[in-house]
Design a protein around this ligand. Sequence first.
Ligand code: KG4
Ligand code: ZN
Length: 316
Amino acid sequence: MIDGHLCSNVIASQGDHARLGGVVPELASRAHLQYIVPVIDEALASAGVTKHQINAIAVTIGPGLLGSLIVGVSFAKGLALGLNVPLIGVHHIQAHVLGQFLQKPAPEFPFLCLLVSGGHTQIILVKSPLDMKIIGQTLDDAAGEAFDKAGKLMGLGYPAGPEIDKIAQTGTARYALPHPQLAGFDFSFSGFKTAVRNFLRDGIRENIEFLDQHKADICASIQHHIVAILLETLQKAVRATSITRISVAGGVSANSALRQELTHMGKKHGWDIYLPPPGISTDNAGMVAMAAWFKLQSEAFDDLSVKPMARIPNIN
Ligand code: KG4
Ligand code: ZN
């Protein structure tokens, strides 16, 4: 990133997880070790800069899988020390929220961010780049997990979200699933997996070909249901805060039904909706650089004692 503009955004995709049906922590950290040097070399080459032109190193410190975080943080510390430049530790969720600023127009502050990923489902009140507050979150599974678990029940690959999205394009959301009603701005998806399992079991009991014959409608119904839960709660948060600038971040923000229905809702209620381009919805380096760019302006640096953390309760 130069002057807040992204120059390269290299991602090493980890195909093994798809084959194994989920993220295997040990394989993920080994892959980080294997790819970290070539990925950095490629990022520098495609940005057309040398490592001596770098004036700060940013790295995700968590929350996430500890083994992978240890690889990234250790490497970043070595690089910052070797190049004698500041180290900036970035919160993964803060990076998703601020990744929105990689495109124009970006929302003015304050805004609400619906953060929907494989590990998190939150409504975040973003007061300024470095001042955010979680006002609602999932009590159990995340929205991405709901997609992935439903996909697993249907025998789809991992992650199932993009596949469900694709299959749903030709279907109609004609099956109803039970809808949890929660107070406040929290979410719950734990009953959802059981509901999908029971729904599929009942359908298959009556017709052995149920899943194959109605896959598009089933995917559309599952997708519509997850999106409805997200948007209902978001609507409550908008009403309560009177903040009508809304961004969406995290892997599930690539979902076409979520994007369409939120855009429609925005038009209906006069909200300003900020959707990330699909390339910056799922985890990427650009969003980490963007968050670090804001931290660089306020010289919010970390020293070499900063530790990777699997969980970080505070978002700032
Ligand atoms: O933010 P992300 O890349 O990684 C985490 O930090 O978790 O999110 C990954 C999640 C997965 O659960 C994946 O199934 C979901 O995002 N996802 C989608 C779509 N693309 C990715 N879910 C629904 N529709 C999509 N198009
Ligand atoms: Zn993420």
